[in-house]
Design a protein around this ligand. Structure first.
Ligand code: GDP
Length: 451
């Protein structure tokens, strides 16, 4: 999502490499490039100007004081300033002292409000809460239906109410909200997520209704859901909603797309409301808490190992991983069954693309994030179907797979004999490599692999 900005910043830092000190002259060019990089990433102009002047002031002030090279100094200053811009800490999620706490979801139609209500429900469930969902969009039965489906898919409670024969207007919206809160309390739900009606653009009826809902429900969180792909428009509508409702936070959706990232960098500055979550896909678990420092590290090409580890911690079965490592490094090596198991584990962490993109673009993983662009996600599926088409015996001992069986396996898995051959060759190489690492090769073999 921030590839462009990241690439451009790296390029501007290169200019400073090899220069002894930071001077007005050499920093001028770098700052100009940083400015362009930010503007091209769709960061708001006022934000850019402020940021660049801060960076300049800091850079000039730190001149000969540290052991860092000028380019390293600038990288650090830009990093710190971006973190400042986004807010230093991860925003806390507020709840009311008297349950149920209400979370009011605001945003324009299509921004991802309903999807996000579900994602948030799931996130809260995982953190030990008992959420109830309600859609007060009495104007669009399809929207209410969509939330019911989402609630079902995450196993959360939903209040649907009885709207038969009722006229769709603000009174009905408020009645439904009141009933839902009562129902949540009766059901022992500690959080009520209220999905509201969205419009294509901000209009006074919508805003009026939102203000009335706020007054009635006294929500502990008012989250604005913004589509990151809409760039500066998202920033503008966030500001309108903030002026009226005093938002407690923002959720930026569709961060998995090719949004240039400018919205993320501007929204906090323009509204003062912190970004609390990111939506990174259509599925309920494509959702993460927003950590400013991690996002900035991603932007600066320093990777986001923290998120990657968290994801691994949550999704991977540690016992299985250890078992695999032990087997792989042992004299017998690992079977194709074990290999398939590992693939399935990795797949649970998300797409290969999203995993590779979190690796730092410098150091031992250099090039991986760029390689992500060329990853063929279907390859995982193909490998799995090839292994599925083998017999148990073949999976335990790949050497018994004859030419005619390879043909049969290719047909069974909808692939070609060449695909089957490639897989078997790669598997054999990997097995050998692991064995050398575990056995006689030891550390030396590992070092060979890393170099
Ligand atoms: P609403 O009108 O604001 O309630 O928007 P919806 O929740 O119906 O979402 C609109 C579209 O955006 C749907 O097709 C969603 O699947 C999609 N969507 C929502 N969040 C994300 C996200 O984080 N990433 C991607 N790729 N799509 C999303």
């Amino acid at each position: 999502m921030f590839e462009n900005l990241s690439d451009k910043l790296q390029r501007s830092f290169k200019h400073l490499r090899g220069q002894g000190t930071i001077s007005d002259e050499n920093i001028g060019e770098a700052l100009q490039e940083i400015r362009l990089a930010l503007l091209e990433s769709d960061v708001n102009l006022t934000v850019v100007d402020e940021l660049v002047s801060h960076i300049r002031a800091k850079a000039m002030g730190t001149q000969v004081t540290t052991a860092l090279s000028p380019s390293e100094q600038i990288v650090k200053i830009v990093h710190d300033e971006l973190v400042n811009l986004l807010g230093k800490d991860t925003a806390k999620f507020k709840t009311a002292s008297q349950p149920p706490s209400v979370i009011l979801m605001a945003g324009l139609q299509g921004s991802g409000k309903t999807t996000t209500s579900g994602k948030l429900g799931q996130w809260l469930k995982k953190s030990g809460h008992r959420p109830m969902l309600v859609s007060v969009d009495v104007y669009r039965p399809a929207a209410r239906q969509q939330l019911a489906i989402v609630a079902k898919s995450i196993g959360a409670n939903i209040y649907e109410g009885d709207l038969k024969g009722e006229t769709a207007n603000s009174d009905l919206v408020l009645r439904l909200a009141r009933e839902a809160r009562r129902e949540a309390a009766n059901f022992g739900c500690d959080i009520l997520i209220v999905d509201t009606a969205g419009r294509n653009q901000i209009d006074s009826t919508l805003m009026d209704e939102m203000a009335q809902l706020k007054k009635l429900l006294n929500p502990s969180e008012i989250l604005f859901v913004a589509d990151a792909m809409t760039g500066q428009d998202a920033v503008k509508s966030a500001k309108s909603f903030h002026d009226l409702l005093a938002l407690t936070g923002v959720v930026l959706t569709k961060m998995d797309g090719d949004a240039r990232g400018g919205a993320a960098l501007s929204i906090r500055h323009v509204t003062g409301a912190p970004i609390k979550f990111l939506g990174t896909g259509e599925k309920p678990d494509a959702f993460e808490a927003f950590h400013p420092d991690r996002i900035v590290s991603r932007i600066m090409g320093m990777g986001d190992i923290a998120t990657l580890l968290e994801r691994a911690e949550e999704k991977l079965d540690r016992g299985k991983a250890e078992q695999f490592a032990k087997k792989a490094l042992s004299g017998d090596g690992f079977s194709l069954d074990d290999f398939r198991d590992q693939l399935r584990q990795i797949k649970k962490m998300g797409s290969m693309k999203s995993i590779l993109k979190m690796l730092p673009s410098v150091g031992p993983f250099a090039g991986m994030a760029q390689a992500a662009e060329n990853v063929d996600e279907k390859q995982f599926g193909r490998v799995e179907s090839i292994i599925n088409s083998m017999t148990n015996k073949e999976r335990q001992d790949h050497e018994i797979i004859s030419g005619s069986r390879r043909k049969r396996i290719a047909r069974g898995s909808g692939t070609t004999v060449q695909d089957v051959n490639n897989l078997l060759r790669q598997y054999a190489q990997m097995r050998k490599m692991f064995k050398t690492m575990g056995g006689g090769g030891g550390i030396k073999a590992q070092q060979r692999m890393m170099s």
